[in-house]
Ligand binder design. Sequence first.
Ligand SMILES: Cc1cc2nc3c(=O)[nH]c(=O)nc-3n(C[C@H](O)[C@H](O)[C@H](O)COP(=O)(O)O)c2cc1C
Length: 369
Amino acid sequence: MANASSTPTLFSPARFGDLALANRVVMAPLTRNRAGAGLVPSPLAAEYYAQRAGAGLIITEATQVSRGAQGYLDTPGIYTPEQVAGWRAVTDAVHAEGGRIVVQLWHVGRISHTSLLPEGVQPVAPSAIRANAKTFTADGFVDVSEPRALALEEIPGVVAEFRTAARNAIDAGFDGVEIHGANGYLIDQFLRDGANHRDDAYGGSIENRTRFLFEVVKAVADEIGAGRVGVRLSPVTPAGDLRDSDPQPLFERAVERLDTLGIAYVHVIEGATGGDRNVAPFDYPALRRRFSGAWIVNNGYDRAMALDAVASQQADAVAFGVPYLANPDLVARLEQDAPLNTPDSDTFYGGGAKGYTDYPTLEDATSAA
Ligand SMILES: Cc1cc2nc3c(=O)[nH]c(=O)nc-3n(C[C@H](O)[C@H](O)[C@H](O)COP(=O)(O)O)c2cc1C
């Protein structure tokens, strides 16, 4: 089992598959739109992630598996040698500080715009259903483009993109990968019937709608070892204009199928991502009971909730998004019950060092006083 001792706390070490965590405070994936030319992570990214190496596990910002997987301006990829070299600088910097880091592998599917895609092609999706959603391009916020449905014979190629990206991740020095199955992107679009109207082996029944997720995760696990693979899911989030008519049995089956692959962890966003935790009824403990690996929870956790989630063994670890963005030394602050920095939402997406690498640690604050 994932627990390193019989009475874990938020600060006790853990082993999730092949991943050895110094504590159970996880940095959630956070898109920052600061990649440089060629969608290579910038040198600032190495500094940003190294500052946060106190986390038991860092999950990087969502990272495209291919040129056609992109949906927002200046998000990094992991499909060219230059991108792999850029990520190598990040993983080296985190490892030098004693941290652990996995890359979140991402295909946006229908949440994209023709201006972001090679030769201005249409985004791809399970079905040709446009989301009522916006993305950020060189022209600012715009409606996402009309997608086209992936042909049945194209699907193995997309699965292979995830496999190659996972191999690249290991070449870049990552400790593993997290497959982005959440927040209304391609894998989630296959899962939920609001976006998947296919009538082939990838649509209709729950078995069919969980097939793409299963095939991606299996391919990645075959490539790099299941012990280095995690999956993020968000059963009821409305992000990306996505919904499902009956999420409980769908996600229970998805998790059951993932369990057969022996992956390291499942990472669940409870409720609406970054919003109401109770947006829709969902039985998360029932989901967890279907998985024998480690269980990471996220969404709106504060110190008290996180301490309780781990101490009560409802979760093996807790992921923090915005709190980690604004507090490089979050683990120390949680341990000491110290106050947290105020996040600056104006600098979340895009820009340079401001709001990225300049949030003070407790030590900085003390020495400045
Ligand atoms: C600036 C920002 C960027 C985000 N980028 C991603 C991402 O790349 N991948 C992802 O799965 N979730 C992403 N999220 C969602 C967070 O990982 C997390 O689920 C959310 O912030 C709720 O956790 P929190 O209450 O601890 O902040 C992002 C959230 C924010 C605020």
